[in-house]
Design a protein around this ligand. Structure first.
Ligand SMILES: [Zn+2]
Length: 384
């Protein structure tokens, strides 16, 4: 019996969270070292609770039983992450492509600034290979039967299911308040009388983070939450909405990755662009007009002087970083890591570029990896 079906007989409220104000907590997470969330004695070698029939001393855990989930679901989480107080830089901020700290999300990382994983909330610039979650754990081809665990790489899932919420009149406000702690929320659906909620985050990484952060936590009462992945919404309207969202995301990725004036030209926002380009792109050679990939190329070596702007400086800074200058800000490093792993130029971007029928700078080719959006044909999904 699925929750999706139950909701039909249950009064529910849908709260579309319209363009929540952007609260930027940059100062907190960039300049301050992360603080340890628990004392290091917290992770003593106390034997784990008996959840099986055989204790394996090599792996320090019980096996042979099927009680793990039942046991854990009755035990309150040991800590709770407090983003405002706990966030800060760690060693991971100096390493492009670092993952988020799973123990930080659970509120029990004793390492503070010495941790080799990120101690902050994921943001829109944190992009990971679709085969792993933001904590670097491998996803699977299928979801677990109970929809727990890391999840599947077959579907971008931004929605978590939360059960066993203590039912009160103000359940919607309580749910919204607690789950907004873990990133920008796009939509919340509360099945008021059942104590169940579906929370959709704008970004997949925030859903992953929230799922770990809220597992076995309480809201305003002493409940112990049951947090899982939501199953796909079978409603055709929802599926159309999701398809449209993926398309918009691809378009946004293009806008971020390409020079602004190039985007303006293909979108027809700058009617003077063609004329100006005809004059400028000759580079002093009569009758010559540079092709797109030359004219719009960006970087320190670009032929077009406009394409070199700003890159001389950036290259210097990059050299500083490579020389071990740790003073580089996290923002720069994030950008760098996005470039390094080709994250911005994902397969979705390439797919969208195909439909846009433009040729582009050579760096697009380097990122032609497979991803979840490869099969998505953005030109054939217009029907609703
Ligand atoms: Zn940590």
């Amino acid at each position: 019996m699925s929750e999706e079906r139950e909701q039909e007989q249950t009064p529910s409220t849908e709260v579309a969270v319209a363009a929540a104000p952007k609260k930027v907590k940059k100062i907190i997470r960039k300049k301050r070292p992360a603080r340890p969330q628990v004392d290091s004695s917290f992770i003593t070698s106390e034997p784990p609770p008996q959840t099986g029939t055989i204790f394996n001393i090599w792996y320090n855990k019980w096996s042979g039983g099927d009680r793990e989930d039942k046991y854990l679901s009755k035990t309150h989480a040991k800590g709770r992450c407090n983003i405002a107080k706990d966030s800060g830089y760690t060693r991971a901020d100096k390493v492009p492509g670092s993952y988020f700290c799973l123990f930080f999300a659970r509120g029990i990382c004793p390492k503070g600034q010495d941790c080799e994983y990120l101690h902050r909330l994921p943001g829109i610039h944190d992009l990971f290979n679709p085969n792993v979650d933001c904590f670097g754990r491998d996803k699977h081809s299928d979801y677990r039967d109970d929809m727990g665990g890391v999840g599947s790489f077959m579907r971008q899932n931004r929605t978590i299911y939360v059960g066993r919420i203590h039912v009160t009149d103000d359940i919607e406000e309580i749910v919204a308040r607690h789950f907004a702690e873990w990133g920008q929320v796009e939509r919340i659906r509360v099945l008021n009388t059942r104590g169940v909620a579906f929370i959709t985050y704008t970004n997949e990484a925030n859903a992953q983070f929230a799922k770990e952060a809220m597992a076995h936590q309480s809201l305003d009462h002493n409940e112990i939450l049951n947090v899982r992945w939501a199953t796909a919404d079978p409603n055709p309207m929802a599926q159309a909405r999701e398809a449209r969202r993926i398309e918009e995301q691809a378009a946004e990725a293009i806008r971020r990755a390409l020079p602004e004036e190039f985007v303006a030209e293909i979108e027809g926002r700058d009617p003077e662009a063609r004329k100006r380009r005809k004059i400028e792109s000759s580079f002093g050679l009569e009758g010559y007009e540079a092709p797109d990939d030359v004219y719009f190329a960006r970087g320190a070596q670009a032929v077009n002087p406009a394409g070199r702007q700003g890159y001389e400086l950036e290259q210097e800074q990059r050299l500083m970083i490579e020389n071990g200058d740790g003073a580089a800000s996290g923002e720069q490093q994030q950008q760098q890591s996005a470039e390094n792993n080709g994250g911005i130029f994902s397969s979705s971007t390439l797919a969208a570029l195909k439909t846009a029928k433009v040729s582009t700078a050579p760096k697009a080719k380097a990122a032609a990896s497979s991803g979840p959006l490869v099969a998505y044909g953005s030109d054939s999904e217009d029907d609703e």
